[in-house]
Design a protein around this ligand. Structure first.
Ligand code: PSU
Ligand code: MN
Length: 305
């Protein structure tokens, strides 16, 4: 491990990549702790890292261990986060300083916190499953993920399979537009909805090659337009789920959440867990495959930057 910044550390693999100017792809850790069950979460995290390597880039799974912001975790650390599951601390921007104060805590970083640490580490491309967004009913609850505000200010491109329809995709799109965050559809004209490939909501721009996306990122950041970019990459056709099955699972989960009066940072993990329970192994397979698919596209972008 190498230290460059008071509380930023790099894994050996990432240190080597930085020294040699190799392309690096950031990966988040809340998806490991809260997004998938043990042991598939750890298997997937390691498979996604391997996919990045196979596609010519170096993976940096991000998390907080021993009071340090880690760009690159060891297998052991990934395993610890995966085993901890939802008992690991879900860390977004607001939570960061508290986790840094206590070296005994392990922090699993959300999209927002992963973007922050990636930017500190000089990593420009990040692959995940789905981003947080504006929740359904946000006109009353104001439940809007800190991921969106982070996309408005932190210069990292996030490759995802859209947003789950636990969210209000139309409002999420409006919110990103207000923040000036471009939404690029990779080979798609419409927002994908994570488990499914299409929605009624158009993306802002459609591009067909990772090199074109890298070109847009260079242009944006070269003229000082700070902030992120969302790259929507639909789940591969072979793994897409049936829309009606997903809708009914999502509606059931939303109703249970309302009945249990769950709010705040517990909302997203609760919904992810319930949807996985209701739809069983099918949705987990889809989830794993779409993350791998995002890692491939993110690696292509990183290699062209
Ligand atoms: N959506 C998913 N899978 C996930 C998450 C969201 O389909 O694992 C996680 C990500 O870490 C994301 C976070 O950054 O949930 C958003 O949580 P919140 O809505 O509380 O900001
Ligand atoms: Mn929230």
């Amino acid at each position: 491990m190498t230290n460059t910044h008071a509380s930023l550390c790099f894994s050996d693999e990432v240190t080597h990549a930085v020294k040699n100017s190799q392309p690096i792809v950031a990966l988040e850790s809340t998806i490991i702790s809260h997004g998938m069950p043990w042991p598939q979460n750890v298997e997937t995290a390691l498979k996604v890292e391997a996919t990045v390597r196979e596609n010519g880039a170096v993976p940096a799974t991000i998390g907080i261990v021993n009071g340090q912001l880690c760009a690159g975790l060891t297998h052991k650390q990934i395993e610890a986060i995966g085993k901890a599951g939802p008992s690991a601390i879900k860390v977004s921007r607001r939570d960061l300083p508290f986790i840094l104060q206590d070296p005994s805590l392990v922090g699993a970083t959300t999209v927002a916190a992963t973007m922050i640490i990636a930017e500190m580490a000089g990593i420009k491309v990040f692959a995940t499953g789905g981003i947080g967004g504006v929740h359904r009913g946000a006109e009353h609850t104001m439940d809007i993920s800190a991921d969106l505000a982070e996309l408005g200010r932190t210069s990292v491109a996030v490759v995802c399979a859209g947003a789950k329809s636990i969210l209000d995709i139309g409002l999420t799109k409006e919110y990103l537009e207000t923040l000036g965050v471009p939404v690029i559809g990779y080979k798609t004209d419409v927002w994908p909805a994570f488990y499914t490939r299409t929605t009624a909501f158009p993306v802002d721009y459609t591009l067909h090659a990772p090199a074109e996306i890298a070109g847009v990122l260079r242009s944006k950041w070269a003229v000082g337009l700070e902030g992120g970019v969302v790259v929507c990459n639909p789940v591969p056709e072979a793994y897409a789920m049936d829309e009606a099955v997903m809708d009914s699972a999502i509606n059931a989960a939303l109703k249970e959440m309302a009945d249990l009066e769950i709010t705040g940072k517990e909302t997203t993990p609760f919904l992810l867990q319930r949807i996985a329970d209701i739809t069983g192994g099918d949705s987990l397979t889809t989830n794993i495959q779409l993350v791998i698919n995002n890692a491939i596209v993110a690696s292509g972008i990183a290699c062209n930057l």
